[in-house]
Structure formats: structure tokens, C-alpha cells
Design a binder for this molecule. Structure first.
Ligand SMILES: [Zn+2]
Ligand SMILES: [Zn+2]
Length: 162
């Protein structure tokens, strides 16, 4: 039974991280640490961005949870560390590969979720500055962006139907 509880904690942490990432992006990356996030919103040379520091910054709570879990022999801390780590991997996969295509995989996907993700994040990048942003989430797509993709699909169907 305990194992089920471990898995549930990992899943809960994973989903909670979407909210943590949203809040961090909204208030910290577009706030105090904008100087690290700015080059992700503006054209720049080279493949690496200052924004990549966030991958390292976000790995600290995960590594910290694993270390403390070992130190205090507390399996729950491992679950928390694992939830954060899995979110970090999903985030990298979605944001850096699927949306920004830093590695050119899945370029021809027809998945509706992928279209929604790309559109929602495109709307985030429409804003080049720190202020007045929108769509700060990553894995969860807000309804208005989902609706837009649905409308597009319906239009497309109508046009090809004729
Ligand atoms: Zn941003
Ligand atoms: Zn981005």
C-alpha cells in the first residue's frame, strides 16, 4: 500500500510543479530574474541562452530533496525529488524540443495537444518585454488557446470538405 502512496505523491508533486513553474515564470522570471530570462524573449546569437540557467536553478530543489531523503532516510523526500525531476524532464521535452525545436524532432506532428502547446507558448513569446505577458504555463494549456486551435481545425475541415 505504501508504494501506491509513493506513486501518488510523485504524481501530485509533478502537477503541483506546473503551478510552481507558472508562478516562477510569471513573478520571478518576468520579475527579479528577468535579466536571465530576457534573451529567451528576444533574438540572440548562439544556441545557448542565459535562460538555460533556470534548468540548473530548478534542479536544485530536486537534488536537495534526494540528498535530504538520503540523509534523513526519508522515502517521501525521494518522491518529492522524483516528482520535480520528472517535471523538469517533461518541461525540457515540451518547451525546448516540441515548442522551440532546439532539437528537430516531432516537426510534423498532427497532435492537437502539440498544436495547442505551440500556440499558447507562441502567444507568450509575442511579448518581447518583461511586462504585460500572458500564458505563463507550460504543460497545461488555458481554455482560450485550446478553443482557438479547435476553431482552426473546424475551419480547416470546412475548407477541405468543399
Ligand atoms: Zn517568459
Ligand atoms: Zn519559450
Amino acid at each position: 500500500m505504501t508504494y501506491i502512496a509513493y506513486v501518488l505523491v510523485v504524481i501530485a508533486v509533478f502537477f503541483a510543479m506546473e503551478w510552481v513553474a507558472w508562478a516562477t515564470h510569471r513573478y520571478i522570471m518576468h520579475g527579479l530574474l528577468w535579466f536571465l530570462h530576457r534573451d529567451h524573449h528576444q533574438p540572440h546569437e548562439g544556441k545557448l541562452e542565459k535562460n538555460d540557467w533556470f534548468a540548473i536553478i530548478f534542479s536544485i530543489p530536486s537534488i536537495g530533496s534526494f540528498l535530504l531523503g538520503k540523509l534523513w532516510s526519508n522515502p517521501w523526500l525521494y518522491c518529492i525529488g522524483l516528482g520535480i525531476l520528472l517535471y523538469g524532464i517533461a518541461y525540457f521535452f515540451v518547451h525546448d524540443i516540441i515548442v522551440h525545436q532546439r532539437v528537430r524532432w516531432f516537426t510534423r506532428t498532427r497532435s492537437r495537444y502539440v498544436k495547442q502547446l505551440r500556440w499558447a507558448h507562441k502567444m507568450h513569446h509575442k511579448h518581447l518585454g518583461k511586462e504585460n505577458g500572458e500564458s505563463f504555463g507550460f504543460l497545461f494549456v488555458e481554455k482560450k488557446y485550446r478553443d482557438k486551435i479547435e476553431r482552426d481545425e473546424q475551419l480547416q475541415q470546412k475548407n477541405t470538405g468543399k
